[in-house]
Design a protein. Sequence first.
Length: 157
Amino acid sequence: MLNRKTTYGIHALLYLARHRHLGVIPIGRISEALGVSRKFLERILAELKEEGLLRSQAGRDGGYSLGNQGLDLALSEVVRILEGPIALLPCASHRFYTPCDECPDPQTCGLQDALVQVRNDTVHSLKQMTLGRMLEAESEITLGERSVQRPTPYSGD
């Protein structure tokens, strides 16, 4: 599951994407719109800015705007910056691999093999999901052209 920091970061990026025609958006406006502490949001946006996903402008008319990637920014980049490794276990991580202490034999571990596939599928999906695609989905949902996807309830079978 994504932590609050990542969730707020993504919502802030979506807010900036929705309002990109306004240029630089003051942090207070973003914080108020998301209902999140300004200080908490400032730390998140500073991290995203440091990695080049956002631009900032200081001063009275200052605030934030999307970086060079704009609407092409993929969720995979945001998640890696704010969450760290995408893999469920360190032995399944591409960038942060370390063998698991619990594993009797990393060369033949079925759990590692399964979780590497989960990691690969997750990364692929996150790379496909951009700010632009999320805005398109919001528009389609608002216009009634599609419904919000909901998880299938667990049936216990």
